[in-house]
Unconditional design. Structure first.
Length: 550
């Protein structure tokens, strides 16, 4: 098998061209957009990772809270810790964010090269440049990969570490050199595996890949039993130590979630989500954007795939694509058995997690591409065998490829920002400049107002998934609205933030504002004095000073 270094040396021209375009486009996206645009997008996972990283940068440990009256939240810390050096390097949030985004571009560049290298395993050398172009193009127009540039997410680091383990393990286990002379490579595999586990707890499935590959070594190069036993015991001990170090997040958050979905979610919905949306979206990067109403809109446990006749047809086409992929796995079983079993070992857990299945498949995409390529080639072989060879002019081939790329870009351009849920509410490429300007002006003004509040006596109350946002951006602590809120309101200046910078919430902002304050009043009642308000069509923010009528 060709080494990755040899692959890069041989294909340096294609890597330079496609990689250069990839980096330039992403740099324009990062440097041309004001960081204030990303303020409302710092929520849920990216926010929790940021708070973990901020806690590590400030205190040296990863104990973090979303509010001063809440217990530390259980969440994987490594995606945040990886970004902590940038938080130490810069004091201003905007500079921290820019530095993290630039580092994410470098990370995605490395991932793209590794993905292209893995995809090249299934292609003749004359087509390796196509693998490179496809990989860079896929990552550039896929919304999930682009999101990993603009926010501190876990998907890109996990993909980098797991692919690193797979490539190094493959080089180790397919080499004739004795293991005793590969100490550096073995140490690299161990370090990358540990990092992968600390980013996502599904990393132990890598043992399936390494185990199958080791079992398939020729008898003349089979590993001695003593080496197998020691390696197995060492791997078990390493995993046990990693589990012990992360016992809290594992037991309190990550292990219960799959069982909750398994118990409450629709099994038909799981299967259709996998085969009708997630797997096809790992082959066609904008496939999920073709839905008029994204299936998971109506609920994570019971996705709806029949909102329109068009959506039903898209789901059916997706199932067909997935069947071709599965046929490819069967056809490729002799050559790619380690990759197949590695993918299948993780698939049950990924399938159960309906809202995240599409995102969780990202690190497995080069293998998915291989399986689909093998399946499609096998199905088309009888047809191509009967057809006479036709020499297609190069300009025609380039034109067809260009038309396909333009079609994908057009579909992507219809949902550049705002939402991927409702096609009618999405922001197209022509509306992007105005939309970004509205978000930047609204949230830039909001930040400037919040920074006028005294930090020592001001506390914020934010909406679901937003607790701690302005702690990260402006250094203001949060308070969770509980039965002690009335007491806290006599000791602190408490402000209620009602904000939207994404289209979904802004469509019904007044209703959201009313419902949010009613939830707070369930432990009150309280009076609300509006002290800040900014409103545009697609970005709105209000701040209320909470008054205790008692």
């Amino acid at each position: 098998m060709e080494s990755p270094v040899s692959f890069v040396r041989r294909e340096w021209q294609a890597l330079t061209v496609f990689g250069g375009v990839f980096v330039i486009v992403l740099l324009i996206g990062v440097l041309a957009v004001d960081p204030a645009y990303f303020y409302p997008r710092l929520q849920t996972d990216p926010l929790l990772y940021w708070l973990k990283g901020l806690a590590f940068a400030e205190t040296g440990h990863t104990v973090a809270r979303t509010a001063i009256n809440r217990v530390p939240f259980n969440y994987v810390a490594m995606p945040g810790v990886m970004r902590a050096p940038f938080m130490m390097m810069f004091s201003d949030f905007d500079n921290q964010l820019r530095a993290i985004q630039l580092s994410n571009i470098v990370l995605l560049l490395i991932i793209a090269v590794m993905f292209a290298y893995v995809l090249s395993w299934a292609l003749p050398r004359s087509r390796h440049w196509i693998a490179i172009g496809f990989t860079f193009g896929f990552l550039l127009i896929n919304p999930n990969w682009v999101a990993n540039v603009f926010a501190p997410l876990a998907d890109a680091p996990y993909a980098a570490f797991t692919l690193g383990v797979i490539i190094l393990a493959t080089r180790l286990l397919t080499s004739d050199r004795p293991f005793g002379r590969r100490a550096l490579a073995i140490a690299g595999v161990a370090a990358l595996f540990a990092m992968a586990f600390l980013v996502k707890f599904t990393a132990p499935v890598l043992a399936v890949y390494a185990g199958v590959l080791a079992a398939g070594r020729p008898r003349s190069h089979a590993l001695p039993r003593r080496v197998k036993v020691l390696t197995g015991l060492g791997a078990i001990a390493a995993v046990a130590v990693l589990i012990a170090l992360n016992w809290g997040p594992l037991v309190n958050r990550y292990l219960p979630e799959p069982f909750i979905f398994l118990r409450r979610a629709s099994k038909t919905g799981m299967l259709l989500n996998l085969m009708g949306v997630a797997l096809p979206s790992s082959i066609i990067p904008v496939y999920h954007l073709a839905f008029a109403q994204y299936p998971i809109t109506k609920g994570a446990f019971n996705p709806a795939f029949g909102a329109t006749m068009g959506d039903m047809a898209i789901t059916a086409a997706g199932v067909g694509i997935s069947l071709v992929l599965m046929y490819g796995m069967w056809r490729a079983r002799r050559r790619f058995m380690p990759e197949i079993l590695y993918f299948l070992a993780a698939l049950p857990v990924l399938t159960v997690m309906i809202p995240s299945t599409r995102r969780y498949l990202m690190p497995y995409q080069p293998f998915i591409w291989i399986f689909f390529y093998v399946g499609a080639a096998a199905l088309l072989e009888p047809v191509t065998r009967r057809l006479r060879p036709v020499r297609v002019p190069a300009i025609v081939s380039v034109g067809l490829a260009g038309a396909l790329v333009l079609g994908l870009l057009f579909l992507r351009s219809q949902r550049v920002a705002g939402t991927t849920v409702d096609r009618g509410a999405a922001i197209s490429i022509g509306q992007t400049r105005g939309y970004v300007g509205e978000v930047v002006s609204t949230f830039g003004d909001l930040r400037r107002y919040l920074e006028t509040l005294p930090r020592d006596r001001s506390l914020l109350i934010g909406g679901p998934g937003e607790g701690g946002r302005w702690k990260a951006i402006a250094g203001l602590d949060y308070y969770h609205a509980d039965s002690t809120l009335a007491v806290a309101a006599r000791q602190y200046d408490i402000y209620v933030l009602v904000e939207c910078g994404t289209v979904d919430v802004c469509q019904d902002f007044e209703s959201w504002d009313s419902r949010f304050r009613k939830r707070i009043d369930s432990v009150g009642p309280f009076a609300y004095e509006r002290v800040f308000s900014r409103s545009t069509e697609r970005a709105k923010a209000r701040v209320y000073r909470l008054r205790n009528p008692q």
